[in-house]
Design a protein. Sequence first.
Length: 306
Amino acid sequence: MRALGVIGRILIGAGVVILLFAAYQVWGTSLQEAHTQTALRHTFVSDAKSNQLELALSQATAQDKLPTGPPAVAPTTIAPAEGQPVGDLRIPKIGINQIMVEGTNTQDLRKGPGHYTGTPLPGQSGNASVAGHRTTYGHPFYNLDGVVVGDPVVITTVQGVFVYDTVKSEVVSPNDNSVLKDTSGHMLTLTTCNPRFSASSRLVVVAQLAHTKLFRGVAAADPTAKAPAPQTAQPTSGALGGASDGQVLTAVLWGIVVCGVGALVLLMAYFFRRHRWAIWGAGTVGVLVLLYFFFGAVTPLLPASL
């Protein structure tokens, strides 16, 4: 009977750890993303060093302040380095206010929405494409299914403010790359996983450039000039995240530390019964802190998804 009791406690403990890990994926990763977004926004504004940009960002969600002029197209420029800020993405309908970064690999999307490398930048000619998480790391695209035809998507870059009007929303296969193909128009494609908490399909929102306000010093692109052909872009899929041996070792070491500290707390509570409640309290706090770092080390080993 004692053996069954020990096994039962182990199973209960394992269940609690699994529940805590699920909570970490939803809330813990969001705290990390929020901290990263704050740093990215500071970098984006300070690197631009433009009063025009700061003013545009402060007005980006006010409908009466949005650009209303014809959709002048920004000239083609080189994209920022991977993981660096691309622009400010806002969708007033669903309350999105995020800094986009360049790239859509696992590390990039943990920072915020990621611009598909190889597609045009927002505001430029072609099909600018952006991916974002829907359930973890701040879940910026959690309510993307709430965006309907006619809803504006406002993107501010160092070139200007670009307002796209949504033209359609659809669900496609997670391996359907056709939604990222270049177009002759001035389009924006947003992608995320579907349904929530799953990556069995892909939700796609397509918008068309409707209004533009180019900043001073930025000349509109020649509408008759052909934009350079973009590189082939691949959407983030449900493939493995490609964890390195070092990441595996780190996760294992954190697991050993958590188990060791947990066992130490149990032993101390057993031998010092007069103080067991104090030991349980302090030990629980310590183990929870270690679990946070353990979960952070385990997460990169999981299959990548949105």
